[in-house]
Write a protein that binds this ligand. Structure first.
Ligand code: ADX
Length: 228
């Protein structure tokens, strides 16, 4: 790695190299079904003894990427404002950057990482793709566009957030006051209003099977890692 010298941190090569997992990145509007499909895929893979995990926006935003308001329950204002994340473009960028790094760590540990985030900006998703594929191979990042029309997501409104956004209570809600940039060349596109989550999850599992991600079972220690 080319770390600038002034940073004073140097990459430490590890002795054990594990076989990699992959990152399955679900993107789409709030309420399009990303988390439900990811959870179904998780269930199917667990049933086959494949090491996997789900990361999703609503949960991660309670911990690693908590808001300033959540952090202020335990930290002072300065800390909470500095590290807490909201939904402005830069905060979303940092949200996806952190999740990208966490996904890469899981992937390197041999785990199939099912990441379900609105991730509305193409460039943020492409940065994660770059990180994951340059550490592994081209097939280590699978972008899944969970495509449901805005009016379908809004009619579902499982958390009542579209209603709040229409009432002006959430200013930058994706699809209403904030843009969503659909992927241009996703590995998979799921028309989530045309089939049930369990049927769509099977499509994802079949794709992983096709590209050879389900053949090697659980993570195994293999050879010594080469210097980077
Ligand atoms: S992302 O845009 O930064 O990728 P993320 O996936 O972490 O978003 O979180 C999205 C979830 O936060 C939504 O499913 C919704 O429940 C909630 N949410 C709250 N405010 C907003 C908002 N302004 N835009 C989109 N989702 C929001």
């Amino acid at each position: 790695l080319n770390t600038p010298e002034k940073v004073n941190v140097v990459w430490h090569p590890h002795k054990v190299q594990r076989s990699r997992g992959c990152v399955v990145w679900f993107t789409g509007l709030s309420g399009c079904g990303k988390s439900t499909i990811a959870s179904e895929v998780d269930h199917l893979l667990h049933g086959r003894d494949v090491g996997c995990t789900v990361l999703d926006g609503d949960n991660v935003r309670h911990g690693l990427n908590a808001s300033p308001e959540i952090l202020s329950q335990s930290y002072d204002d300065n800390f909470s404002q500095r590290f807490g994340l909201g939904f402005g473009p830069v905060d979303r960028q940092e949200n996806i950057r952190r999740i990208g790094c966490v996904s890469e760590l899981f992937c390197a540990a041999g785990i199939i990482t099912l990441a379900a985030f609105v991730s509305p900006y193409r460039d943020d998703r492409d940065q994660v793709r770059k990180l994951v594929t340059q550490s592994g191979g081209k097939t280590d990042f699978v972008e899944v566009y969970v495509n449901a029309p805005l009016d379908v997501c809004e009619a579902r409104d499982p958390k009542g957030l579209y209603k709040k956004a229409r009432a002006g209570e959430i200013k930058n809600f994706t699809g209403i006051g904030s843009p969503y940039e659909p992927p241009l060349a996703p590995e998979l596109e799921l028309l989530s209003h045309t089939a049930t989550p369990d049927v769509l999850a099977v499509q994802v599992v079949n794709y992983l099977e096709q590209i050879g991600k389900l053949s090697s079972g659980s993570p195994t220690a293999t050879t010594e890692r080469e210097d980077r």
